[in-house]
Ligand binder design. Sequence first.
Ligand code: ASP
Length: 325
Amino acid sequence: MDSNAEKILVLATGGSIAQTSPKDPTLLGDALVDGVPQLRNIADISVEQIAQVSSPDISVEHWLRLARRINEVLAGNDVQGVVVTHGTDTLEETAYFLNLVVTSDKPVVVVGAMRRPYSLGADGSANLYNGVAVARDPNARGKGVLVTLNAEIHAARDVTKTTFNLDAFKAPDFGPLGYVNAKNGTTQFYRSPTRKHTTTSELSLGCETLPRVAILYSYVGVTPDLFEAVAAAGYKGVVWAGTGNANLPKVIRPAASEAVKSGMAVVRASRVNCRIVSRNDEIDDDAFGFVTADSLSPQKARILLMLALTKTADPARIQEFFDAH
Ligand code: ASP
Protein backbone atom coordinates (compact mmCIF):
# COMPACT_ATOMS: atom_id res chain seq x y z
CA MET A 1 0.00 0.00 0.00
CA ASP A 2 1.32 3.45 -1.04
CA SER A 3 2.17 5.21 2.25
CA ASN A 4 0.50 8.35 0.92
CA ALA A 5 -2.75 6.50 0.39
CA GLU A 6 -5.82 8.18 1.85
CA LYS A 7 -6.83 6.77 5.20
CA ILE A 8 -10.47 5.74 5.02
CA LEU A 9 -12.48 4.44 7.99
CA VAL A 10 -15.25 1.94 7.27
CA LEU A 11 -18.01 1.94 9.92
CA ALA A 12 -20.16 -1.18 9.63
CA THR A 13 -23.76 -1.40 10.85
CA GLY A 14 -25.17 -4.55 9.17
CA GLY A 15 -27.81 -4.84 6.46
CA SER A 16 -28.09 -7.11 3.40
CA ILE A 17 -24.54 -6.21 2.40
CA ALA A 18 -23.51 -8.28 5.45
CA GLN A 19 -26.20 -10.97 5.38
CA THR A 20 -25.22 -14.59 4.75
CA SER A 21 -28.82 -15.71 5.26
CA PRO A 22 -32.27 -14.10 4.83
CA LYS A 23 -32.35 -13.47 8.58
CA ASP A 24 -29.81 -11.26 10.33
CA PRO A 25 -26.45 -9.83 9.15
CA THR A 26 -23.46 -11.92 10.24
CA LEU A 27 -20.54 -10.72 8.11
CA LEU A 28 -18.48 -8.20 10.07
CA GLY A 29 -17.03 -5.09 8.49
CA ASP A 30 -13.55 -6.61 8.36
CA ALA A 31 -14.87 -9.51 6.30
CA LEU A 32 -16.68 -7.12 3.95
CA VAL A 33 -13.44 -5.22 3.33
CA ASP A 34 -11.35 -8.40 3.06
CA GLY A 35 -13.89 -9.61 0.49
CA VAL A 36 -12.82 -6.78 -1.86
CA PRO A 37 -9.00 -7.06 -2.16
CA GLN A 38 -8.97 -4.30 -4.83
CA LEU A 39 -9.76 -1.86 -2.02
CA ARG A 40 -6.22 -2.17 -0.71
CA ASN A 41 -4.98 -0.66 -4.00
CA ILE A 42 -6.90 2.57 -3.57
CA ALA A 43 -6.90 3.37 0.16
CA ASP A 44 -5.46 2.57 3.57
CA ILE A 45 -8.57 1.18 5.23
CA SER A 46 -9.45 0.64 8.88
CA VAL A 47 -12.73 -0.85 10.04
CA GLU A 48 -14.98 -0.48 13.11
CA GLN A 49 -18.23 -2.29 13.88
CA ILE A 50 -20.81 0.25 15.11
CA ALA A 51 -23.74 -2.21 15.00
CA GLN A 52 -24.84 -5.44 13.34
CA VAL A 53 -28.53 -5.09 12.53
CA SER A 54 -30.96 -5.20 9.64
CA SER A 55 -31.72 -1.56 9.06
CA PRO A 56 -35.40 -1.65 10.06
CA ASP A 57 -33.87 -2.12 13.54
CA ILE A 58 -31.56 0.91 13.36
CA SER A 59 -32.36 3.23 16.28
CA VAL A 60 -31.72 6.85 17.27
CA GLU A 61 -29.06 5.47 19.63
CA HIS A 62 -27.25 3.93 16.64
CA TRP A 63 -27.47 7.31 14.86
CA LEU A 64 -25.97 9.15 17.82
CA ARG A 65 -23.18 6.58 18.22
CA LEU A 66 -22.38 6.73 14.49
CA ALA A 67 -22.42 10.53 14.31
CA ARG A 68 -20.26 10.96 17.42
CA ARG A 69 -17.66 8.49 16.11
CA ILE A 70 -17.59 10.18 12.69
CA ASN A 71 -17.18 13.66 14.22
CA GLU A 72 -14.46 12.36 16.49
CA VAL A 73 -12.31 10.73 13.77
CA LEU A 74 -12.81 13.43 11.13
CA ALA A 75 -11.80 16.14 13.60
CA GLY A 76 -8.29 14.66 13.51
CA ASN A 77 -5.82 14.82 10.59
CA ASP A 78 -5.42 11.09 10.22
CA VAL A 79 -8.65 9.95 8.53
CA GLN A 80 -9.61 11.57 5.21
CA GLY A 81 -13.02 10.04 4.76
CA VAL A 82 -15.60 7.64 6.19
CA VAL A 83 -17.70 4.93 4.53
CA VAL A 84 -20.75 3.61 6.41
CA THR A 85 -22.10 0.18 5.41
CA HIS A 86 -25.83 0.00 6.13
CA GLY A 87 -29.03 -1.84 5.27
CA THR A 88 -30.96 -0.24 2.42
CA ASP A 89 -34.40 -0.02 4.13
CA THR A 90 -33.52 2.97 6.32
CA LEU A 91 -30.26 3.99 4.65
CA GLU A 92 -31.71 7.30 3.39
CA GLU A 93 -32.78 8.28 6.92
CA THR A 94 -29.39 7.57 8.48
CA ALA A 95 -27.67 9.41 5.62
CA TYR A 96 -29.90 12.49 6.07
CA PHE A 97 -29.45 12.50 9.86
CA LEU A 98 -25.66 12.43 9.42
CA ASN A 99 -25.98 15.14 6.74
CA LEU A 100 -27.43 17.47 9.40
CA VAL A 101 -25.08 16.67 12.32
CA VAL A 102 -21.65 15.73 10.91
CA THR A 103 -19.28 18.61 11.68
CA SER A 104 -16.66 17.98 8.97
CA ASP A 105 -16.57 18.69 5.22
CA LYS A 106 -14.53 15.53 4.64
CA PRO A 107 -16.42 12.87 2.64
CA VAL A 108 -18.90 10.62 4.47
CA VAL A 109 -20.40 8.04 2.12
CA VAL A 110 -23.18 5.59 2.98
CA VAL A 111 -23.40 2.35 0.98
CA GLY A 112 -25.50 -0.79 1.04
CA ALA A 113 -26.49 -3.70 -1.19
CA MET A 114 -29.74 -4.73 -2.84
CA ARG A 115 -28.55 -8.34 -3.09
CA ARG A 116 -26.97 -10.43 -0.35
CA PRO A 117 -23.35 -11.54 -0.73
CA TYR A 118 -24.28 -15.13 -1.69
CA SER A 119 -26.78 -14.03 -4.37
CA LEU A 120 -26.00 -14.16 -8.09
CA GLY A 121 -24.97 -10.69 -9.25
CA ALA A 122 -24.45 -9.49 -5.67
CA ASP A 123 -23.78 -5.74 -5.66
CA GLY A 124 -22.23 -5.25 -2.19
CA SER A 125 -18.57 -5.48 -3.16
CA ALA A 126 -18.90 -3.04 -6.06
CA ASN A 127 -20.91 -0.59 -3.89
CA LEU A 128 -18.33 -0.78 -1.09
CA TYR A 129 -15.48 -0.26 -3.59
CA ASN A 130 -17.28 2.72 -5.12
CA GLY A 131 -18.01 4.11 -1.67
CA VAL A 132 -14.29 4.11 -0.85
CA ALA A 133 -13.49 5.57 -4.29
CA VAL A 134 -15.83 8.49 -3.51
CA ALA A 135 -14.62 8.89 0.10
CA ARG A 136 -10.99 9.26 -1.03
CA ASP A 137 -11.84 11.79 -3.74
CA PRO A 138 -11.06 15.43 -2.72
CA ASN A 139 -13.90 16.51 -5.06
CA ALA A 140 -16.33 14.81 -2.69
CA ARG A 141 -15.42 17.24 0.09
CA GLY A 142 -18.01 19.82 1.09
CA LYS A 143 -20.91 18.07 -0.69
CA GLY A 144 -22.58 16.85 2.49
CA VAL A 145 -23.18 13.20 3.24
CA LEU A 146 -23.31 11.11 0.07
CA VAL A 147 -24.98 7.82 -0.83
CA THR A 148 -23.58 5.57 -3.54
CA LEU A 149 -25.17 2.41 -4.93
CA ASN A 150 -25.20 1.19 -8.55
CA ALA A 151 -22.34 3.60 -9.40
CA GLU A 152 -24.57 6.65 -8.80
CA ILE A 153 -23.57 9.32 -6.26
CA HIS A 154 -26.50 10.96 -4.50
CA ALA A 155 -26.96 13.75 -1.98
CA ALA A 156 -28.32 12.43 1.34
CA ARG A 157 -31.14 15.03 1.25
CA ASP A 158 -32.41 13.96 -2.18
CA VAL A 159 -32.00 10.17 -2.31
CA THR A 160 -34.66 7.56 -1.58
CA LYS A 161 -35.13 3.80 -2.05
CA THR A 162 -37.57 3.43 -4.96
CA THR A 163 -37.54 -0.24 -5.97
CA PHE A 164 -36.04 -3.67 -5.10
CA ASN A 165 -33.70 -3.64 -8.09
CA LEU A 166 -29.98 -2.80 -8.20
CA ASP A 167 -30.84 0.77 -9.27
CA ALA A 168 -33.17 1.21 -6.25
CA PHE A 169 -31.63 4.45 -4.98
CA LYS A 170 -32.80 7.47 -6.91
CA ALA A 171 -33.21 11.21 -6.35
CA PRO A 172 -36.64 11.64 -8.00
CA ASP A 173 -36.70 15.42 -7.67
CA PHE A 174 -33.17 16.45 -8.60
CA GLY A 175 -31.17 13.41 -9.89
CA PRO A 176 -27.70 12.20 -8.87
CA LEU A 177 -24.75 14.52 -8.10
CA GLY A 178 -22.39 12.31 -10.10
CA TYR A 179 -21.20 8.84 -11.01
CA VAL A 180 -18.44 6.38 -10.25
CA ASN A 181 -16.86 4.94 -13.38
CA ALA A 182 -17.20 1.27 -12.47
CA LYS A 183 -14.35 0.37 -14.88
CA ASN A 184 -11.63 2.32 -13.09
CA GLY A 185 -13.19 3.70 -9.89
CA THR A 186 -12.83 7.32 -10.93
CA THR A 187 -15.60 9.63 -9.78
CA GLN A 188 -17.28 12.44 -11.70
CA PHE A 189 -19.37 15.16 -10.03
CA TYR A 190 -21.75 17.37 -12.04
CA ARG A 191 -23.55 19.30 -9.26
CA SER A 192 -23.40 20.25 -5.60
CA PRO A 193 -26.19 20.48 -2.98
CA THR A 194 -27.47 24.00 -2.28
CA ARG A 195 -29.12 23.41 1.11
CA LYS A 196 -27.22 23.60 4.42
CA HIS A 197 -25.46 20.46 5.63
CA THR A 198 -22.55 19.28 7.75
CA THR A 199 -20.33 22.30 8.43
CA THR A 200 -23.02 24.82 7.35
CA SER A 201 -25.85 23.04 9.20
CA GLU A 202 -27.48 25.00 12.04
CA LEU A 203 -28.38 21.72 13.67
CA SER A 204 -26.11 19.68 15.90
CA LEU A 205 -25.85 16.80 18.34
CA GLY A 206 -26.72 18.98 21.34
CA CYS A 207 -28.30 16.35 23.57
CA GLU A 208 -28.24 12.74 24.80
CA THR A 209 -31.37 11.78 22.90
CA LEU A 210 -33.87 13.33 20.52
CA PRO A 211 -37.46 14.49 21.07
CA ARG A 212 -40.06 11.97 19.89
CA VAL A 213 -41.71 12.81 16.58
CA ALA A 214 -44.36 10.61 14.93
CA ILE A 215 -45.48 10.37 11.30
CA LEU A 216 -49.22 10.20 10.55
CA TYR A 217 -50.15 9.05 7.03
CA SER A 218 -53.24 10.42 5.32
CA TYR A 219 -55.76 8.24 3.50
CA VAL A 220 -59.45 8.30 2.57
CA GLY A 221 -61.51 8.20 5.76
CA VAL A 222 -58.68 9.13 8.16
CA THR A 223 -60.03 10.27 11.56
CA PRO A 224 -58.79 12.91 14.08
CA ASP A 225 -58.34 10.43 16.96
CA LEU A 226 -54.87 9.66 15.56
CA PHE A 227 -53.74 13.19 16.37
CA GLU A 228 -55.27 12.97 19.84
CA ALA A 229 -53.51 9.65 20.45
CA VAL A 230 -50.11 11.05 19.45
CA ALA A 231 -50.60 14.14 21.61
CA ALA A 232 -51.71 11.95 24.55
CA ALA A 233 -48.61 9.76 24.09
CA GLY A 234 -46.39 12.80 24.69
CA TYR A 235 -44.88 13.23 21.25
CA LYS A 236 -43.25 16.65 20.75
CA GLY A 237 -43.98 16.71 17.05
CA VAL A 238 -45.96 15.17 14.22
CA VAL A 239 -45.18 14.93 10.53
CA TRP A 240 -48.44 14.75 8.61
CA ALA A 241 -47.80 12.69 5.41
CA GLY A 242 -50.62 14.31 3.51
CA THR A 243 -52.10 13.73 0.09
CA GLY A 244 -50.95 15.87 -2.85
CA ASN A 245 -49.72 19.20 -1.49
CA ALA A 246 -49.52 17.52 1.95
CA ASN A 247 -53.19 18.28 2.51
CA LEU A 248 -55.19 17.68 5.70
CA PRO A 249 -58.83 16.63 5.28
CA LYS A 250 -61.17 19.17 6.94
CA VAL A 251 -62.19 16.57 9.54
CA ILE A 252 -58.56 16.45 10.78
CA ARG A 253 -57.86 20.18 10.96
CA PRO A 254 -59.39 20.98 14.40
CA ALA A 255 -57.37 18.16 16.05
CA ALA A 256 -54.18 19.31 14.26
CA SER A 257 -54.86 22.87 15.36
CA GLU A 258 -55.42 21.72 18.97
CA ALA A 259 -52.10 19.87 18.80
CA VAL A 260 -50.30 23.07 17.80
CA LYS A 261 -52.07 25.01 20.56
CA SER A 262 -50.91 22.31 23.03
CA GLY A 263 -47.30 23.05 21.99
CA MET A 264 -46.75 20.18 19.55
CA ALA A 265 -45.00 20.98 16.27
CA VAL A 266 -46.98 19.94 13.18
CA VAL A 267 -45.13 19.62 9.86
CA ARG A 268 -46.98 19.05 6.56
CA ALA A 269 -45.02 16.75 4.22
CA SER A 270 -46.38 14.97 1.16
CA ARG A 271 -46.90 11.23 0.74
CA VAL A 272 -46.36 11.82 -3.02
CA ASN A 273 -42.97 10.98 -4.50
CA CYS A 274 -41.46 14.04 -6.22
CA ARG A 275 -43.19 16.86 -4.38
CA ILE A 276 -42.51 20.39 -3.16
CA VAL A 277 -45.08 21.41 -0.54
CA SER A 278 -46.26 24.98 -1.08
CA ARG A 279 -47.17 27.04 2.00
CA ASN A 280 -50.56 28.76 2.55
CA ASP A 281 -52.11 27.21 -0.59
CA GLU A 282 -55.18 25.03 0.17
CA ILE A 283 -54.26 25.31 3.85
CA ASP A 284 -53.61 28.55 5.75
CA ASP A 285 -50.38 27.42 7.46
CA ASP A 286 -49.80 30.85 9.04
CA ALA A 287 -53.20 30.71 10.75
CA PHE A 288 -52.82 27.09 11.91
CA GLY A 289 -49.15 27.46 12.90
CA PHE A 290 -48.13 24.55 10.66
CA VAL A 291 -44.64 24.07 9.21
CA THR A 292 -44.24 22.88 5.60
CA ALA A 293 -41.57 20.37 4.58
CA ASP A 294 -40.70 21.72 1.12
CA SER A 295 -39.31 18.73 -0.88
CA LEU A 296 -38.47 16.55 2.11
CA SER A 297 -40.14 13.14 2.36
CA PRO A 298 -42.12 12.50 5.58
CA GLN A 299 -39.34 10.27 6.97
CA LYS A 300 -36.70 12.97 6.38
CA ALA A 301 -38.96 15.79 7.57
CA ARG A 302 -39.26 13.85 10.84
CA ILE A 303 -35.47 13.86 11.26
CA LEU A 304 -35.16 17.59 10.62
CA LEU A 305 -38.03 18.26 13.05
CA MET A 306 -36.46 16.09 15.78
CA LEU A 307 -33.22 18.07 15.54
CA ALA A 308 -35.02 21.43 15.22
CA LEU A 309 -36.99 20.68 18.40
CA THR A 310 -33.70 20.42 20.31
CA LYS A 311 -33.29 24.15 19.49
CA THR A 312 -36.80 25.62 19.54
CA ALA A 313 -40.55 24.91 19.65
CA ASP A 314 -41.38 28.10 17.72
CA PRO A 315 -43.11 27.13 14.41
CA ALA A 316 -41.71 30.19 12.58
CA ARG A 317 -38.13 29.33 13.62
CA ILE A 318 -38.68 25.68 12.72
CA GLN A 319 -39.91 26.79 9.28
CA GLU A 320 -36.64 28.66 8.81
CA PHE A 321 -34.75 25.42 9.48
CA PHE A 322 -36.89 23.64 6.86
CA ASP A 323 -36.33 26.43 4.32
CA ALA A 324 -32.55 26.34 4.81
CA HIS A 325 -31.72 22.62 5.19
N1 ASP B 1 -33.74 -5.44 5.09
C1 ASP B 1 -32.42 -5.13 4.67
C2 ASP B 1 -31.93 -3.98 5.49
O1 ASP B 1 -32.30 -2.92 5.34
C3 ASP B 1 -32.47 -4.77 3.22
C4 ASP B 1 -31.14 -4.38 2.62
O2 ASP B 1 -30.16 -4.09 3.27
O3 ASP B 1 -31.14 -4.32 1.39
O4 ASP B 1 -31.18 -4.16 6.33
